[in-house]
Write a protein that binds this ligand. Structure first.
Ligand code: ZN
Length: 349
């Protein structure tokens, strides 16, 4: 990989949140895995080990015996091999796109997938970390999401750094479900874009209670139909959002942390109490948008949603900022979930 090429994607200031940027609706079709992109909305807990697909296995169990001559439709595929291959390809593409995450960094995480496929058939990969720090087991569950907006590169890269912290953290007291790249098509197209492959802003597509009443109306009035904010034809119309919604239902997080850029602040939706600061970011509540994750999970489901807005979309925070944000987040999560401050945070973390 020529690091200069990759750096131009991850480090370039020119990439920062360009409001005037025209999205390409109905972007290029990828036939790759679309054959297995199912509309299957069966609830699926995020428990798959890399390469094992419980729904896929169930589905193949139900396949009719192969009959000679009955091969005019899809050939039989080993779905666990398909997901394995798709995860490998995903890491290859992430490594080629981001200056701060190499293909090797990505593969080293051994990301898993269940039934989450993007519009263009890329996996919505995740990693589960279990609690290790307490004898009493997990104190709670945290869902951490990066890359809902595909042109916010740093939000993906920082997830990989924080996963490395989690990996090494022997005192972690929580279960973490980390989804570093919720909108793979948005990031991994040639010219990264905020929306998914169908031109939908995923952070306006969550089925909040006010979606039907407000989402399209506000988009027309408040955003003058800015394509970058298009909420979709109806609530939860996009597979990436449906999958995240399923994870929230199944995983039942006590806290959701969503990472964005480049507004350099901390936002918060949901029941009290918000963190006052995370690293150098200070709390500045922006209000709730119909169809946003904060509106859906924070207000409707009463799950605290912390939104981290990193200062730059294309430039990573310093190592010390990455670390201090993480320590503040973990400490806040601890207090939020248990009601008590964390006893001791190991400095090696
Ligand atoms: Zn964003």
């Amino acid at each position: 990989m020529e690091s200069s090429d990759r750096a131009s994607n991850d480090m370039g200031r020119t990439q920062i949140d360009k409001e005037h940027e025209e999205p390409s609706r109905g972007a290029e079709q990828s036939a790759t895995i679309s054959a297995v992109t199912t509309g299957d909305s069966a609830a699926e807990p995020p428990v798959a080990v890399r390469g094992t697909l419980s729904t896929a296995e169930e589905a193949s169990d139900q396949d009719l015996p192969t009959q000679a001559g009955a091969t005019d439709s899809l050939p039989e595929v080993d779905l666990s091999a398909v997901s394995e291959q798709a995860l490998g390809k995903l890491c290859e593409q992430i490594g080629a796109k981001l200056g701060s995450v190499s293909e090797r960094d990505c593969s080293a995480q051994n990301l898993a997938m269940t039934n989450g496929w993007s519009v263009q058939g890329r996996p919505i990969a995740f990693k589960l970390f279990s609690a290790r720090g307490t004898d009493a087991g997990s104190l709670g569950r945290v869902l951490l999401i990066g890359g809902i907006h595909g042109d916010e590169y740093s939000s993906v890269s920082i997830c990989f750094r924080w996963m490395e912290f989690l990996e090494r953290d022997k005192t972690n007291a929580f279960e973490w479900l980390v989804v570093p790249l919720a909108n793979p098509d948005g990031l991994l197209r040639k010219k990264s874009q905020r929306q998914n492959a169908r031109g939908v802003d995923l952070n306006r597509n969550f089925p909040s209670r006010d979606w039907d009443r407000l989402a399209l109306a506000q988009w027309r009035k408040r955003y003058a139909q800015n394509p970058r904010r298009y909420p979709g034809a109806h609530a939860a119309s996009e597979p990436e959002v449906v999958w995240l919604q399923q994870q929230i239902e199944n995983f039942q997080p006590d806290v959701v942390i969503a990472i964005h850029a480049p507004y350099d602040l901390l936002d918060y939706d949901g029941p009290p109490t918000a963190p006052k600061k995370v690293g150098a970011l200070s709390l500045r509540q922006l209000g709730v948008f119909p169809g946003s994750l904060g509106g859906y999970a924070g207000l409707d489901l009463a799950i605290p949603v912390v939104t981290i807005e990193l200062p730059h979309a294309g430039i990573m925070p310093s190592q010390s900022d990455i670390r201090s944000m993480w320590l503040d987040l973990v400490e806040w999560v601890h207090k939020q979930v248990t009601g008590f401050p964390a006893v001791a945070l190991t400095p090696e973390r």
